[in-house]
Design a protein around this ligand. Structure first.
Ligand code: ACM
Length: 537
């Protein structure tokens, strides 16, 4: 009943008893994993899991396996053999899932008996990500650490933190304190399509110490934190703090509504320098080899109307505003490459040509993934047609405000990270993996994040961890059975996932008429958005 499904699992002889006399020993190279597992299991077992002799022993050892691979054998003792610390951590996560769900309450209710089993496992993709938008709605450090633990439970390994947007700037920058003094706070938020506002002030940000703590906490759980500083669009909060970054004479406030905003950065050298200074601090805080600079949804109206932007276009010998955006993003690609990091950008960055080494986060359907891979760029598949968890899970009257389309659990489970057009094409090797995205325009609390992310995140985890689906598709009944057990674990942890009464919601896809939840209309919308990528595929 393990989620995500392991490569191989078979029952074996004997059984293991976890109790107050259980001991734990580990290869010194796996000391951190052992410390983590001890902390997880000690309250459950009712003992300290000391290295000394006990009634049963859990051993963590290194073996000749891929770094994220492991072999778990449960009999009278437990042995986890792994290719490296990450593999040992995943083996330990699997072991936890063999315990009854009550063990996830950490309530000291052992002894627990685990029937003999042998599991051999390794992930299909190296990039198993989740984007969390802490810009639209701030999430406290404590809640973010909890979310990291939930990602780790599902063997995800990349947290893409969307730190800045029109509605908020969430990262302390020492050189520019106004970014958070002003940019981290807004007076109210839009609540739905009818333009209603909630009248409730909102805000918050992470200090640099917070970020160091978050990055270290995630690293101990084998999760890389990839920061996103979105630009040149989605920058109204920064412009509110520093009007000199914008194109208008009059001041702006931090965004309170959502959608694709008009307010974008100007293209002065001083603005590029400002953001390079910001990135210098970002690079100090985030050791990940990848840094996302956004590049999505940049409206060009202000550049069209700006004499300064037009002059820049002429000086640089560019054709138009699209090329100006491409030039802007490339300035940061070069900056990051010179510092040994790789630029990640949304698929719009393909539109004007890209520096080699840039990674494309493809979000508007599959087209960007196909085009990027065929042009030799690595790709993270974030298809909004399957992986945008701000979209509702059902069209029910009691569901949140509609956004995008309906993405049911089974839609997510049917997702295939390698687009159909790339199957059999060597360019498919550029697909590093995939990423589900929890955008929070309309998600204003951790409880709502739980509701929107779970249980879909469990289905997503299986699409990036478990072996590729056979031609006839993934085994849905098998997933249903394992998910039922998994929901009991989520209950024990206190995850407020989307609950269903009676059987799980495997209803047929409802044909909801009208915008924006009509799937055909939605696909037409995506086709229109990506029409300028079509010639690249
Ligand atoms: C995006 O959804 N604008 C990446």
């Amino acid at each position: 009943m393990i989620v995500p499904k392991p490569v191989r699992q078979e029952s074996g002889p004997g059984s293991f008893v976890l109790d107050g006399r259980t001991s734990l020993t580990a290869d010194p190279a796996l000391g951190e994993v052992a410390a983590w597992l001890r902390a997880e299991l000690a309250p459950v077992a009712g003992g300290e899991l000391l290295p000394g002799p006990g009634s049963g022993t859990i051993t963590l050892a290194l073996g000749d396996l891929p770094p994220e691979g492991y072999r778990l054998t449960v009999g009278a003792d437990v042995e986890i053999v792994a290719g490296g610390p990450a593999g040992a951590f995943y083996g330990a996560q699997t072991f936890r899932q063999l315990l009854p769900p009550g063990a996830f309450r950490r309530a000291g209710r052992g002894p627990y008996e685990v029937p003999g089993v042998r599991v051999e496992d390794e992930p299909r993709f190296g990039w198993r990500g989740c984007l969390l938008d802490v810009a639209r709605h701030f999430m406290t450090k404590h809640d973010l650490l909890r979310f990291i633990d939930l990602m780790a439970l599902h063997k995800l390994n990349v947290l893409h933190l969307h730190l800045t947007d029109d509605q908020g700037w969430r990262l302390e920058i020492r050189r520019y304190p106004r970014l958070t003094e002003v940019g981290a706070w807004r007076k109210e938020s839009q609540t739905g399509w009818n333009g209603a506002m909630d009248g409730r002030p909102h805000g918050g940000y992470y200090t640099q110490d917070d970020i160091r703590e978050i990055v270290a906490y995630a690293a101990r759980r084998h999760i890389m934190v990839v920061p996103e500083i979105d630009m040149p669009g989605h920058t109204q909060a920064a412009i509110a703090a520093h009007p000199e970054l914008g194109n208008l004479a009059e001041p702006l406030e931090v965004g309170t509504t959502w959608g694709i905003g008009d307010n974008v950065l100007n293209v002065e050298e001083s603005t590029i320098e400002f953001f390079q200074n910001v990135l210098e601090e970002v690079l100090e805080l985030f050791p990940a080899p990848y840094v996302c600079v956004g590049g999505d949804e940049c409206r060009k109206d202000q550049w069209k109307a700006s004499p300064a932007a037009q002059r820049r276009i002429r000086e640089l010998g560019l054709r138009d505003e699209e090329e100006l955006q491409s030039w802007f993003v490339r300035r940061f690609g070069g900056f990051l490459a010179a510092r040994g990091r790789r630029l990640v950008g949304w698929d719009e960055i393909l539109e004007g040509g890209l520096a080699p080494g840039a990674v494309v986060a493809s979000w508007r359907g599959d087209l960007g993934a196909v085009a990027a891979a065929r042009r030799g760029h690595d790709v993270i598949n974030c298809a909004n047609t399957s992986l945008y968890f701000d979209y509702r899970q059902s069209p029910g009257e009691d569901e949140p405000v509609p956004f995008g389309t309906v993405l049911m659990l089974e839609d997510v489970y049917a997702f295939e990270p390698v687009p159909a057009e790339l199957r059999g094409d060597p360019a498919a090797a550029h697909v590093l993996g995939a990423q589900c995205c929890v955008w929070t325009e309309l998600i204003d609390s951790t409880r709502q994040v739980d509701y929107m992310a779970f249980p879909r995140l469990a289905a997503f985890a299986e699409t990036v961890w478990s072996p590729a689906a056979p031609a006839e598709g993934r085994d849905l009944p098998d997933f249903r059975a394992r998910l039922a057990a998994h929901l009991e674990r989520l209950d024990a942890i206190g995850v407020e996932y989307r609950r269903v009464s009676g059987p799980l919601p495997w209803q047929t896809r409802p044909g909801v008429p009208g915008r924006p939840e009509d799937p055909a209309g939605w696909q037409a919308q995506i086709d229109a958005w990506t029409s300028n990528l079509r010639h690249l595929r």
